[in-house]
Design a protein around this ligand. Structure first.
Ligand code: ZN
Length: 383
């Protein structure tokens, strides 16, 4: 039996892997790792493979979990497992406050285990390549990361037309791979030339889509940060080329295009629901912004009941927004509709799936159905 995580988005430290009934593992935190003992770190994402395990009853113990970033993420959570990296199901998982114990008996000789079904950079490249083959789509990367990767951006529609501009961003937090599955569903429908809803949105708006804003972080197996250890969704007030070039370049591209609607796609560790957080707490939040948000939320609920508005984050009080976060910073800078979409790591508690939990398939459909709320508000974005 052998445990390995040296691959795209791999993350685990092996403490003991001699006894299949007591494999001891630990999540490797994001940089900086030199935080004092007892201080919580950005650790939550894990992704590894085990070889030589056909019909072996495995008990995998992830230890020191009290030092992970979101303790509320573990009760009710079940680990994602796959023997082919295509079909991901959930394994029996228990949490005692310190150790996350995963029990599984694979029916194949290699097992992959992850916090959520991964979405690696090869698949991102496949998606971008496919999209760039479609009519009316231009590939215009916004810039380069610290590790030298491109931050892809797809421009859909003629950017010189005087129509509303929609920005959609995913993977600021690299451990939130559900955002990529959402993005795949969104782009496949948006670029479907037989879909009249897509055609309507593309007639009425230009779209700038950043499928993966933090490729360095996801390749390195990080939860929240880029190569320098910066949490990109806390960099929007003052991004720098040295620390957060992904945000610096994206914001510069937004300044060039303008923004009328921004949707930033994430995953939430604790809440078993899909929901949106708005920009209510920014200084000068307008009735127009509030009206657009209300219409967007109502249309998304109608389009896909996996989306809901009962559960979510508490709304920021007036003036209480964190302007270092994308949603608030963009809402303030461009006086526009700006939102954070959160999908669960666990499941949708209103419609649980015993086999898959919250799954890539559900994310794909959340992405595809996001066209409905966009069309519902597009005519009002500039009024
Ligand atoms: Zn996030």
């Amino acid at each position: 039996m052998q445990v390995s995580s040296t691959f795209d988005s791999g993350n685990i430290e092996v403490l003991a892997a001699d006894d299949p009934s007591d494999v001891r593992l630990r999540i490797r935190p994001d940089p900086p790792t030199d935080t004092p003992d007892g201080v919580k770190r950005f650790a939550q994402w894990f992704h590894f493979r085990i070889d030589g395990v056909r019909d072996v009853a495995l008990t995998l113990r992830l230890v020191d979990m009290e030092r992970t970033a979101y303790l509320d993420g573990w009760p009710g959570y079940r680990a994602a497992v796959s023997t082919d990296r295509i079909s991901w199901t959930r394994a029996d998982t228990a949490f005692d406050g310190h150790t996350l114990t995963i029990t599984v008996t694979p029916d194949a000789d290699v097992l992959w285990v992850a916090y959520f079904a991964p979405y690696d950079l090869t698949r991102v490249a496949d998606l971008v390549g496919w999209a760039a083959q479609q009519p009316g789509v231009a590939s215009r990367p916004v810039g380069t990361t610290l590790d030298g990767r491109q931050v892809d951006r797809l421009v859909i529609g003629d950017p010189d037309r005087d129509v509303p501009v929609v920005w959609v961003i995913a993977r600021q937090h690299p451990g939130e791979s559900m955002a990529s599955w959402w993005m795949e569903g969104f782009l496949h429908r948006l670029l479907d030339t037989h879909d009249a809803l897509s055609a309507t949105l593309r007639d009425k708006a230009t779209l700038h889509v950043v499928p993966h804003i933090n490729p360095d972080g996801s390749f390195r197996g990080h939860l929240r940060t880029n190569a320098s250890g910066a949490n990109l969704n806390r960099e929007w007030a003052e991004p720098t080329l040295e620390r957060s070039p992904e945000v610096w370049h994206t914001r510069a591209a937004m300044d060039a295009s303008g923004v009328d609607l921004c949707l930033d796609v994430h995953g939430d560790e604790a809440l078993p629901y899909t929901f949106i957080a708005g920009a209510e707490g920014i200084p000068g939040y307008t009735a127009h912004q509030a009206d657009l948000l209300e219409r967007f939320l109502a249309a998304y609920v109608r389009a896909n009941p996996d989306f809901q508005t009962t559960h979510g984050y508490p709304k920021d009080p007036p003036g209480g927004a964190n302007l270092s976060m994308c949603t608030a910073a963009v809402a303030k800078r461009f006086d526009c509709l700006s939102m954070t979409l959160e999908m669960p790591f666990k499941d949708n508690a209103d419609r649980p799936d015993a086999v898959h939990g919250w799954s890539p398939a559900r994310c794909l459909r959340m992405g595809a159905t996001a066209l409905h709320p966009m069309v519902a508000v597009v005519d009002r974005l500039r009024t």
